[in-house]
Design a protein around this ligand. Structure first.
Ligand SMILES: NC(=O)c1ccc[n+]([C@@H]2O[C@H](COP(=O)([O-])OP(=O)(O)OC[C@H]3O[C@@H](n4cnc5c(N)ncnc54)[C@H](O)[C@@H]3O)[C@@H](O)[C@H]2O)c1
Ligand SMILES: N[C@H](CO)Cc1c[nH]c[nH+]1
Ligand SMILES: [Zn+2]
Length: 438
């Protein structure tokens, strides 16, 4: 099902990898003009506009834009106790990991009367997008809300598409997860219209806010969500793009072929555009993984979608000379999730620079991180792991510097500032310093 490319003869440091293993065909820029009219409609409209857009794009008109408190309570009361226990454990672990990500404030004394303080300040109000088109993602409620709370964000709004089977409300487990986390502001809106609602806010008939505008929008979503985030960047801050799931597995001849196959299949059930890539130096493992995939896919719950994802150009097997070439290829590909299933995975992990998250060894499969490892599953896709991180506590913080200088401290650097300002032909800057000593 997966096509095989032999990279052994190639110089993979310079080869055009995007031709060998292209990214899924998700052209976010080309969708920006598609979402622009939706954004404009929401900007000038009110609650009715959002309800009409839900009817058009989700096939159901929510009873109201904001989910009533009783619906959140009812969803929690009706939650399967096993699901509740699993969500609580996932929340507990995620809290431990995300609390540990909070950076320390610091104070640096640079001389007498010369102090700079670094203060980490939470974003004031955030909008958290929880996808709900092809599948629903209560786990993404945890992954959005926990880091925002760990950062100390005071005001959180969650939005998720209305579900036809649930009277136009977001999925009940999504609502229950919000209730478990203490989030009471939840909206029944999905896609570009949800991002626009969060960015511009929605007013009620009296000019009050039904949904007040937020400062930052985070969360994964399809191409319409990503395009709206791109279009509205600047009006709001946004996190890295988290599009169709990606998994790459570096494995050698010691790996369990059936486990590698299961992990590759796991992410392909998200989306026909999901990417599953095996990087191996073992022809035996390659053969066994392909056979295991053929054995495991028939009868799978999402069989058609899995087949489409695994046969797409974005998925495949890359046969490499050795683990050095495996690391080189993996770093250039910069996958969302990277598994290392080799004889000595700890020896390789320190050499990996570009990956959203690295899963080390045979007992750390990606679905562990999707739900319960404590790590975050909202991770950079499409190669953006080269420059961006997954969702984390720092995403919801800003660094504010406080510059605390006395006359003595300023005097010490006054001449230097004057020299630099004159050199940049900005004499008014120099004058502002000189005025203190006139
Ligand atoms: N990287 C991560 O952390 C992560 C986590 C979970 C999900 N995901 C990914 O997020 C994506 C979720 O996508 P999804 O579609 O299931 O849910 P979604 O909630 O992102 O999108 C559903 C919305 O898309 C809008 N839409 C659908 N068709 C439209 C059209 N023709 N024009 C305008 N708007 C339209 C609708 O408003 C609908 O509410 C998947 O690709 C999944 O793999 C990623
Ligand atoms: N693998 C997805 C991120 O790419 C996250 C997820 C949620 N539920 C299951 N998986
Ligand atoms: Zn997943």
């Amino acid at each position: 099902m997966l096509s095989v490319t032999d990279l052994r003869p190639l110089d993979t440091a310079t080869a055009d990898l995007s031709r060998i293993i292209p990214r899924a065909n998700v052209d976010v820029s080309s969708v920006v003009p598609v979402v622009a009219p939706i954004i404009e409609q929401v900007r000038h409209g009110g609650e009715q506009t959002l309800l009409e857009l839900a009817e058009r794009f989700d096939g159901v008109r929510p009873p109201a834009l904001r989910v009533p408190a009783e619906a959140l309570e009812a969803a929690l009361a009706g939650l399967d106790p096993r699901v509740r226990a699993a969500l609580e454990e996932s929340i507990r672990r995620a809290r431990l990991v995300h609390d540990a990500q909070h950076p320390q404030d610091s104070t640096v004394e640079l001389g007498e009367g010369a102090v700079v303080e670094n203060h980490w300040t939470p974003v004031g109000r955030v909008g958290l997008y929880v996808p709900g088109g092809r599948a629903v993602y209560p786990s993404s409620v945890v992954m959005n809300v926990v880091p925002a709370q760990a950062a100390g964000v005071g005001s959180l709004a969650v939005t998720s598409p209305p579900q036809r089977d649930h009277g136009g409300l977001p999925h009940p487990t999504v609502l229950a997860a919000c209730a478990l986390l203490g989030v009471d502001e939840v909206y029944a809106a999905g896609g570009a219209q949800a991002v626009a609602m969060l960015a511009h806010g929605v007013q009620d008939d009296d000019g009050g806010w039904l949904c007040a505008p937020v400062d930052l929008v985070t969360g994964p979503g399809n191409v319409y969500v990503a395009a709206a985030k791109r279009a509205l960047q600047g009006v709001i801050g946004v996190d890295a793009e988290a599009g169709p799931s990606e998994i790459a597995v570096i494995a050698d001849g010691t790996a369990r072929a059936d486990w590698v196959a299961a992990d590759l299949i796991s992410q392909s059930e998200h989306d026909p555009l999901a990417a599953s890539v095996l990087i191996t130096d073992s022809e035996d493992l390659l053969r066994d993984v392909l056979a295991a995939i053929e054995a495991q896919v028939p009868g799978a719950f999402h069989e058609d979608q899995i087949r489409e994802a695994l046969t797409g150009p974005q998925s495949g097997v890359l046969l490499v000379r050795d683990m050095d070439q495996a690391v080189e290829v993996s770093d250039r590909y910069a996958t969302e999730h990277l598994e290392i299933q080799t004889r000595d995975p700890e020896a390789l992990v320190g050499r990996i620079r570009n990956a959203g998250a690295v899963f080390v060894g045979p007992h750390a499969p990606v679905p562990l991180g999707d739900y319960s490892a404590g790590s975050n599953h909202v991770l950079p896709t499409s190669g953006t792991a080269r420059h961006s991180s997954g969702l984390n506590t720092v995403t919801f913080l800003r660094l504010q510097q406080r510059i605390c200088y006395t006359e003595t401290g300023l005097e010490e650097v006054a001449d230097g500032i004057g020299v630099l300002a004159e050199d940049e032909r900005l004499p008014a800057h120099a004058a502002a310093i000189r005025a203190r000593f006139a």
